[in-house]
Design a protein around this ligand. Sequence first.
Ligand SMILES: CC(C)(COP(=O)(O)OP(=O)(O)OC[C@H]1O[C@@H](n2cnc3c(N)ncnc32)[C@H](O)[C@@H]1OP(=O)(O)O)[C@@H](O)C(=O)NCCC(=O)NCCS
Length: 198
Amino acid sequence: MSAPPLTQLEVPPEEALAIRAKVRRADPLTLGANYRLARSEHAAGLTELLVDPRVSDPIYDLPRPTTLRNISDWIAAAQRKHADGEGLLVVMLDAAGGVCGYSCFTVWPEHSAAEIAGGYRADRQSQGEGKLGAARSFDWIFDAFGVRLIVVTAALDNLRSARVIETAGFQYMGTRLCTRADGTSRESRYWEMHRPGE
Ligand SMILES: CC(C)(COP(=O)(O)OP(=O)(O)OC[C@H]1O[C@@H](n2cnc3c(N)ncnc32)[C@H](O)[C@@H]1OP(=O)(O)O)[C@@H](O)C(=O)NCCC(=O)NCCS
């Protein structure tokens, strides 16, 4: 499960309420033309994407094991979180309409903070797409949710993620223990980025 940020901002109740309202209204199409809110019709494609360990192994906050049932439940839970203004699960579609990536946004309105996790299908990795997509997503999070802080984690050996995160200007804050859905834990590297001008 995602842990709240290390940095605890002072957040007035009206700011938290405004963030919840913005998250409910957030439209993935403003992030990319092939981005969609995950719905039950994407469950099979998302399962196929995540059953590949090259995609899911480095990510701690996914349902496990990767079964159609678990992924369908995850989508339904994400829809409830979206309705509460606390997150968004987004799929990316390829030209044939298949799921070729996903982003999971967790929002803590009371901390004015959000976290992003995600991945691309193996055939699309290491071609520069992650770096570009991540940079766009970080800007989008500040703009679309109105939060003041973004946090990210990566497995200790996830060099590509670390590169993407540090290129975007995140500040490294050390390691932290992350808990997976099955209760096991993983040591992760942890970064934060404040909204420009904060
Ligand atoms: C992590 C991920 C999103 C990165 O996206 P990507 O499109 O594969 O990465 P990019 O091609 O944009 O490369 C990012 C950086 O890593 C470098 N890189 C690419 N392949 C690499 C490799 N095999 N080993 C080390 N560095 C590598 C690139 O050179 C680039 O660095 P640069 O800015 O100095 O040029 C993607 O690999 C992925 O989905 N991985 C599986 C899931 C995952 O790890 N998710 C992140 C969890 S935090």
